[in-house]
Design a protein. Structure first.
Length: 278
């Protein structure tokens, strides 16, 4: 299912929401003139099916597109089987409740290399995700899993790994975090040319449909030789977001753009305004 336009929104409820709840967040997103919101289950999936149905109702009424970010504590390459099982359960629970909310995409950080070679980690992660997508299909959980490009070289999730993984699996597409790509490369991946190369790669590996169904994270970011340190407001960072938005426009990218900045709504509005002005 491809989105007809590029929507901008917040990671979690906007800061100016009266309450930090998902429902109030959706209403506030609408009031601000934004089009989407990522529900943050990052500390655990603490929403039940009843609340999720309410969320779905409000999101449909307000015409706000939803996605979900699964808990942070996921490592499909753990040396401890019980940690892998717990990781799978966190992704599964996020997908189950997310699908009831009407979320189309479930974002997660797949794994850490630990002491292993990246090429050994890849098939392990792939096998686990394959099992999970089969189970979700059997149970009719209609969402797309989105492994995210990660911000540190110690984490599984380079652009090539992520795209390659998605090309091997059904109903798995990337979440491309442009701040993470920038941090992971210690300051590269920050020009119109480089942004265009990323989008070109997405199209080459996954086809035009992937560009029409993108899920993107953008924020400013502080980084060093070890990659990501923390997120910053766009205006306080060196991320060339105007060039990035120009690349989106030129490649006719559609889907969701989520602001993960410390000022989630301010930067989402800045991105939307900038994009519309180009």
């Amino acid at each position: 299912m491809s989105q007809k336009e590029l929507l901008f929104g917040t990671a979690g409820a906007p800061y100016s929401s009266t309450k930090g709840t998902t429902v109030e967040g959706i209403r506030r997103v609408k009031e601000l003139g934004l089009g989407c919101m990522e529900i943050e289950f990052v500390r655990g999936v603490k929403m039940g099916a009843t609340s999720a149905k309410e969320v779905q109702k409000i999101a449909t009424y307000e015409n706000v597109s939803l996605s979900v970010h699964a808990p942070y504590y996921i490592n499909l390459n753990s040396s401890e089987p019980e940690k892998i099982d717990a990781s799978i359960k966190r992704i599964y629970d996020s997908a189950l409740i997310g699908s009831i909310c009407g979320a189309r995409s479930i974002v997660f950080h797949p794994a850490y290399y630990q002491k292993d070679k990246p090429e050994d980690v890849f098939p392990r992660v792939q096998r686990k995700l394959q099992e999970l997508t089969v189970r979700m299909a059997e149970e009719g959980i209609d969402t797309v899993l989105r492994p995210e490009t990660t911000g540190k070289p110690t984490q599984f999730g380079s652009l090539d790994e992520t795209l390659n993984m998605c090309s091997q699996l059904e109903r798995v597409l990337p979440c491309i975090d442009f701040a993470h790509l920038h941090a992971r490369s210690n300051g590269k991946e920050n020009s119109y040319k480089e942004f265009s190369a990323v989008l070109e790669k997405v199209e080459n590996v996954l086809g035009r449909e992937a560009l029409e169904n993108m899920h993107v994270h953008i924020s400013g970011i502080e980084y060093g030789p070890k990659g990501e340190k923390n997120h910053l407001k766009l205006e306080e960072s060196d991320l060339r977001y105007v060039e990035l938005l120009q690349a989106f426009k030129d490649f006719r990218v559609t889907g969701l753009v989520i602001s993960e900045s410390p000022d989630n709504e301010g930067d989402a509005l800045l991105l939307k305004r900038t994009y519309l002005d180009l």
